[in-house]
Write a protein of this length. Structure first.
Lengths: 469, 137
């Protein structure tokens, strides 16, 4: 791990340039995420600024870009609709507390228990949901709305083939907004739906009653936000570790996400986490250090304050076009190949994770159910025990533990031999129930007048057997 | 004689590798360097399709295994080099930095439209490497 000075100033020029590119790339999505939740653009822009700047200091993965995100926005939709902005801010603060505690407890070590089928389900459902959120800006409007959305989409995909220095979504937005202003067509704009900020965020306490009732309302949301935020942040950290061939402190990243959300809530911003897309843009643009993340946040705020009056003129179908691209990029298109090639149980876990998220509109529930389901499949899979008989020798193959003992006992139902050897060479005893099962079988056979010899226990099985007998 | 061959696990790359091995057999001292570039643009999807970083590393190493085996059978000394980034840029940087004597590439056989959309790796590499390049069709 590099020294702090190196993490900040080891790559100054490239970090600043990449940070500027990322700052530009953050704006369209932050605006769109605000509309998903149903808050003023200000709430998402302040969040992106605060989260990026704070995580640049306290995060565990240098170069990671955190800001307002679609995944977190989707969790907040119902809270905003039912209780309003002040509760969204309070939930953000509480999310920070939960994430910090989880990071302190070493939550990142649990990431290994989340199978990639669940992660695939997570990103695929996220892509689908982001796509769905954009439909209201397209459906039920005039033909011009569709034309602008499709033209934006074409630009977003075509521009990178010729020019990559500036993020394509931004070029598309500038060009299409220009066309809209010059041609004078009337389209729904950002200004029609919300106000842009013209000042830096200020510190204030969310205006909520500080009682148990409030906690009951916000806690489920904060818990879901914590899970979703940590999942996406740690996944993104892993992707960046791989891209840069460096390691990072994931628990520090978890605590950093917590600190960032905690303060962001007080600055009037909504909860956020790491963004995979923007983080990859950062690395591809040469960003490696903490300075790149800091620059991204600071530059975003600068642009918004200077250009706020222009931003309100961006037509909504243009923003929707950009977001459809974001949704398509979020979705993992190799998943179809995965469904064909992966073991059936993994495909099932992936599909169920997607289905639950789309049904409940809650990414966290889908992930939790997916993890439980895949654990059960894993146990079922590993608990296969086979007993093969070779005259009076019974060979046990497979681990013996609480899930596999029934099968083991059943295999000795009709034994006719009188001098029996049970061979555990290809097996392993894991727990009390495995020793219990052996004793039960032994007892039953001896009652039937047979002699039983146990052999082939490896040393740890032997130890367990001797200890519990 | 330092010979490099860039592979991506495709059939075209395998043909290129066969050619590179045949070439290396002509020089008793030849060293074959099998280059695989993990594309930054696929970093997220590759990570999601692997259970953990160890299985991801294994999958990448397996791309070069058939070529390494062919080289062993042919009696050519060979090693794999794993790079990360933009494929054409990484190949150019590495081949020039290592002062390779010969680079062998497979052609993806794209038509004009695909080339416009996807961009030709072989074309860009040919333009910028310092050594002779063979593109195998």
């Amino acid at each position: 791990m590099h020294t702090l000075k190196q993490q900040w100033f080891g790559n100054v020029r490239a970090d600043i340039l990449a940070g500027i590119v990322v700052g530009l790339a953050l704006i369209p999505e932050a605006l769109a995420f605000a509309f998903i939740v149903g808050v003023d653009p200000r709430v998402a822009l302040y969040a992106s600024f605060a989260i990026a700047v704070i995580t640049s200091f306290v995060g565990g993965r240098p170069g990671l870009i955190s800001a307002a995100t679609g995944a977190m926005a989707l969790v907040l939709v119902n809270l905003m609709a039912d209780h309003g902005l002040q509760y969204v801010l309070a939930a953000t603060v509480l999310t920070g507390v939960i994430q910090f505690i989880l990071g302190w407890l070493g939550v990142a070590n649990l990431m290994r228990f989340i199978p990639n089928s669940v992660m695939l389900g997570f990103v695929n459902a996220l892509g689908i949901m982001i796509f769905i959120t954009q439909l209201p800006y397209l459906r039920g409007h005039d033909a011009m709305t569709f034309i602008f959305a499709i033209a934006t989409l074409i630009l977003v995909y075509a521009v990178p083939r010729f020019f990559t220095a500036i993020p394509a979504p931004l070029i598309a937005i500038v060009v299409m907004t220009g066309i809209a202003l010059i041609s004078g067509v009337t389209l729904q704009t950002i200004g029609d739906l919300g106000k842009m900020p013209n000042s830096l965020p200020t510190f204030f306490l969310p205006d909520i009653p500080f009682n148990l009732e409030t906690l009951k309302i916000i806690f489920p949301y904060s818990l879901a936000l914590s899970i979703v935020g940590l999942l996406e942040s740690l996944l993104t950290s892993q992707v960046l570790d791989d891209m840069t061939d460096t390691e990072s402190d994931k628990n520090r990243e978890a605590r950093g996400q917590g600190i960032a959300n905690f303060f962001t809530g007080f600055f009037g911003g909504m909860a956020g986490c790491a963004l995979i897309g923007q983080s990859m843009i950062n690395i591809k643009s040469g960003g490696r250090g903490r300075l790149s993340t800091f620059t991204a946040g600071a530059f975003l705020m600068f642009l918004i304050i200077v250009l706020g009056d222009v931003v309100v003129k961006i037509p909504m179908p243009v923003l929707a076009g950009v977001m459809i691209m974001v949704a398509a990029t979020t979705f993992n298109w190799s998943s179809f190949k995965f469904l064909k090639q992966a073991p059936k149980t993994e495909s099932v876990v992936m599909l169920i994770t997607v289905a639950i998220i789309l049904y409940t509109h809650n990414l966290a529930i889908g992930v939790v159910v997916g993890v439980i389901l895949s654990s059960l499949f894993f146990v079922a899979n590993i608990s296969r025990v086979t007993v093969t008989q070779d005259s009076n020798i019974y060979k046990i193959k497979g681990p013996l533990f609480f899930a596999s003992t029934t099968k083991f006992i059943q295999s000795f139902r009709d034994v006719k031999e009188k001098d029996i050897i049970i061979d555990f060479e290809d097996s392993q005893l894991w727990d009390e129930s495995s020793v219990g099962a052996i004793i039960k079988v032994k007892q039953k056979l001896e009652e039937e007048g047979a002699t039983v010899t146990i052999r082939g226990l490896n040393s740890s099985s032997e130890q367990l057997y001797g200890k519990l007998l | 004689m330092k010979i490099a061959v860039a592979i991506d696990g495709s059939q075209n790359a395998l043909r290129a590798a066969k050619h590179a091995i045949a070439l290396a057999q002509l020089y008793p001292e030849a060293q074959l360097d099998i280059i695989y570039v993990a594309d930054y643009n696929k970093a997220k999807d590759e990570r999601l399709l692997s259970q953990n970083e160890e299985s991801l590393l294994l999958k990448r190493k397996q791309k070069a295994d058939p070529v390494l085996n062919m080289a062993r059978v042919a009696g050519v000394s060979a090693k794999m080099t794993l790079l990360k980034g933009n494929p054409s840029q990484e190949i150019i940087n590495y081949v020039n930095a290592e002062a390779m004597d010969q680079l062998v590439l497979g052609s993806r056989g794209l038509n004009t439209f695909q080339e416009m959309v996807l961009g030709s790796v072989s074309h860009k590499v040919m333009k910028h490497v310092d050594c002779p390049v063979t593109v195998v069709k």
